[in-house]
Design a protein around this ligand. Sequence first.
Ligand code: FMN
Length: 153
Amino acid sequence: MKSLIIYFSSYKNNTEKIAKVFADKINADLINLKNLKEIETDSYDLIGFGSGVYKERLAQQLFNSIEKLNLKDKKVFVFSTSGIGIKFYNNKLIKLLVSKGATNKGSFACKGSLVAREFSNNKIFDIVGRLSEGHPNDKDLRKAEEFIEKVIL
Ligand SMILES: Cc1cc2nc3c(=O)[nH]c(=O)nc-3n(C[C@H](O)[C@H](O)[C@H](O)COP(=O)(O)O)c2cc1C
C-alpha cells in the first residue's frame, strides 16, 4: 500500500512530529504544505491529512489544498495537535474528505505545546498552555504509532 501524508504545522512543529512518526512507521511520503508545489495523489492508496489547531480550526491551507484533489475511493485518515488535544477538531475535515468519496480509516489527536501569551490574552489559554507543556511527549508518540498500526490493518 503506497501512502502519503500531507500536513500543515506552522507554530512549533508539533504536528510535524506526529506526521514523521506515521511516515517512519508506514514508509509514507511526506508533504509539508509550507513548501508545497503540487500534490499528486493518483498513485497513493492511503493519504493522511494533519494540522495544528489555530483558533478552533485546522489550517485553512489544508482545506484549500484538498479542494483540488481527486479522493474518490482513497483511504484517508486525519490527525491534529492542539492545546486541548481532542479529536473533535478533526470532524469538519473528515466530513469534507468523505464528501469527496474517500473512506475514513481513523482520527488521531494529541496535545501540542503552546505559549499562551504568544497568541492570546484569554486566561483559558494560560491553563491550556500549562497542561500542554512538553507535548507531544513520548507517550503521545507511542499512541501515534499504535494508531497508525491500526489504520493499515
Ligand atoms: C494562533 C494560534 C491559535 C491557537 N488556537 C487554539 C485553539 O483554539 N485550541 C487549542 O486547543 N489550541 C490552540 N492553539 C495551540 C495549537 O493548536 C498547538 O500549539 C498545536 O500543537 C500547534 O501545532 P503546530 O506546532 O504543528 O503548528 C493555537 C495556537 C496558535 C499559534
